[in-house]
Design a protein around this ligand. Sequence first.
Ligand code: FAD
Length: 307
Amino acid sequence: MLGPVILAASRSDRMRRLISAAPVTKQVVDRFIPGETVDGILPIVRQLTDNGLELTMDVVGEDITTPEQAEAARDAYLELIDRLKPLELGERAEMSVKLSMFGQALPGGHELALANVRPVVEAAAEIGTTVTLDAEDHTTLDSMFAIHEELRKDFPQTGCVIQAYLFRTEEDARRLAAAGSRVRLVKGAYKEPAEVAYQQKHEIDKAYVRILRTLMEGEGYPMIGSHDPRLIAIAQELARTAGRKLDEYEFQMLYGIRGEEHLRLAAEGHRMRVYTAYGTDWYGYFMRRLAEKPANLRFFARSMITK
Ligand code: FAD
């Protein structure tokens, strides 16, 4: 029951101020967001890639309120890409972006987000990598898919995320499972109403399997974004049945969650990409991680009491 309460708090400015200023929070946050600056995150990039892992990099931030903040988000990604260039990682380090950080919710936001994200996609292509558009709450998705389609005209490798908890996703998956597409399937991390989304875990898991089957049997490149051991085993089975080779799909997990599983899958020869978030505006990302697992909240609460 705690999950929905924490998700509601993830959108509250008052809670944002309170939690962000709490003196001990940072230590707990580091587990999921292991750096605040590009200088801070590059050693983590090296460590992960030295261990045979790939990355998708997220500069944390969302729901910005001015066009200047959207431009700052764009520039933060451009700086990151510039600093990744000498490492010559190519597609081993791709970018994940949230369009709400690029101005999507501002007046004229669709065009603004497209204008701000395009230079990031161009810069990524110049260093041999690509960008995946994260999925946010359901009200933003038509705009996200339209921007995805527009970017793919020039950069066909641009990826997007679909969420198994939404009723619409089975249809989206059928449309997206076409040659050349890159699609990350996740369960979904936002608080969505019963009119648009499954609410029960077992319904979401069943939808995940149906959608994954569509992606695996299709012609695109499925990216399995989950830490769920059952779904990972099912994904391996579906890939085998669909006749996919190990480099024709990949697993993705979040930094700080089931790290040993990252290494195990990579050692088995799978492509394993770690979603690695960094930056100072970590509140929304951090709160969603707390909501996913009540034990995280207990750990967080204990750290505040014992300090
Ligand atoms: P769950 O059933 O939630 O978890 C399975 C097991 O994983 C748990 O039993 C636990 O052992 C472990 N686990 C899961 N979450 C945590 C946690 N926070 N802390 C500690 N252990 C945990 N959601 C979106 O809505 N949009 C996106 O664009 C998006 N991108 C994502 C990208 C990646 C690479 C991943 C892995 C997830 C992304 N998510 C995104 C989040 C996703 O929607 C889920 O909220 C999250 O992955 C938890 O679901 P699960 O599949 O891991 O299964």
